[in-house]
Every structure is written in structure tokens, then in C-alpha cells.
Write a protein that binds this ligand. Structure first.
Ligand SMILES: [Zn+2]
Length: 97
């Protein structure tokens, strides 16, 4: 089927990539982390504030080139990127357990 996005599996990992977007409508900047180099692109990403696909700027960097989890320094793993800011607390809308 065209238009369907297949789920990324651990064996699909190409590394750890940070995709940064800036919405050209509202100015919001946000980042998505992915194991795939080309997983997220303008036109396929929704601005969290506008709630729709908008014109955006898109930057990308690779912070870990390993195709396997934990083979390089752990600072480059996705779970470390997500919690890297001081003061993060787990919110009560989280799906846990
Ligand atoms: Zn926006």
C-alpha cells in the first residue's frame, strides 16, 4: 500500500539521528529522535502547536553511527537524549508498567 509508514524495528537501525524542525507558521522548534536517517521529513511531520503539516525548516545530525544499541558511548543513545535536560520529571499522563 502506498502512503503507509512501516514501523521501525531494532534491526532497521542506521544509527541515532536528531531531526530538528522549525514551523514556518508559528515558529515552534521541536526535535524528533530516530534510528533512521530519513525517517522524518517536512510534509510527513505535524507541528505540535499548529496540529497539522506546515512548511518547516529541517536540520539533521547523527549522534551515534552504531547500528546496534549500546555499542558506542551511551550518551549517544536515544533514551539519553530524551532526558538530557535537568529537572525532567515523569509526567502523570505517561504509559508506564
Ligand atoms: Zn506551527
Amino acid at each position: 500500500m502506498t502512503g503507509q509508514v512501516r514501523a521501525v524495528r531494532p534491526e532497521d537501525r542506521e544509527g541515532v539521528y536528531v531531526h530538528a524542525f522549525k514551523c514556518r507558521r508559528c515558529g515552534l522548534e521541536f526535535q524528533l529522535y530516530s534510528w533512521r536517517r530519513d525517517r522524518h521529513r517536512v510534509g510527513g511531520v505535524f507541528c505540535p502547536e499548529c496540529g497539522e503539516q506546515t512548511p518547516m525548516l529541517h536540520w539533521r545530525t547523527c549522534v551515534n553511527e552504531s547500528r546496534e544499541v549500546g555499542r558506542q558511548e551511551e550518551d549517544g543513545e536515544i533514551y539519553k537524549l530524551t532526558t538530557r535536560f535537568p529537572g525532567f520529571i515523569l509526567m502523570d499522563d505517561s504509559a508506564v508498567g
